[in-house]
Ligand binder design. Structure first.
Ligand code: FE
Length: 202
């Protein structure tokens, strides 16, 4: 008997959790318009097109990322990574508090040492990629991944991410990735999102 045809999953570009100008002056509306409206949208559209051509059985974008390879992996993972990145940012910024702040002190020594490690690892990621705060091997760790790769695909719980592809900062900071990182970490990280993620995996 013929297998029923697989209905390919299709994904929407989720709305930004804030207005395009809400992260200014740290990230300009022009950066957000291009980064979200062009780059992120293209990853979602391309993943949908590839899924139409070669349907896979998956109930969520996470499942597609975990099952995919090659071009589909690159586009689906970038769709997921960018959605996670927008949620990792906040117009008001701040610092970790509560249980997560205590865990950062325990695992990194202090918030300042965590920031030093995150900045250095993110700045040192050669070429395009991502820097992450994750729970791995029973503790909080900073992780970096090249290109579209994502700890989520390997089942590593993510708390926060920073996009270090040039398209994330070139309009506002030109080639100064360190300055982008410093401004973003000091002023625009969404620690409430990180705390929610932490409360699910601690
Ligand atoms: Fe990006």
């Amino acid at each position: 008997m013929a297998q029923p045809a697989i209905k390919p999953p299709q994904f929407e570009l989720a709305p930004l959790p804030f207005a395009e100008d809400a992260l200014a002056p740290i990230l300009s509306a022009e950066t957000l318009s291009l980064h979200y409206g062009k780059h992120h949208r293209k990853y979602v559209d391309t993943a949908n097109r590839l899924l139409q051509q070669n349907p896979v059985r998956a109930a969520s974008l996470e499942e597609v990322v975990r099952a995919a390879s090659g071009k589909l992996f690159n586009n689906a993972a970038q769709a997921w990574n960018h959605d996670f990145y927008w949620h990792s940012l906040s117009p008001s910024g701040g610092r970790p508090s509560g249980a997560l702040a205590s865990q950062i002190d325990k695992d990194f020594g202090s918030y300042e040492r965590f920031v030093d490690e995150l900045s250095a690892r993110a700045a040192g990621q050669f070429g395009s990629g991502w820097a992450w705060l994750v729970k791995h091997e029973g503790r909080l760790q900073v992780m970096t991944t090249p290109n579209a790769e994502t700890p989520m695909a390997k089942g590593v719980p993510c708390l926060l991410t920073i996009d270090v592809w040039e398209h994330a900062y070139y309009i506002d900071y030109r080639n100064q990735r360190e300055r982008y990182l410093r401004e973003l970490i000091d002023n625009r990280l969404n620690w409430e999102f990180a705390e929610e993620n932490w409360s699910r995996v601690k």
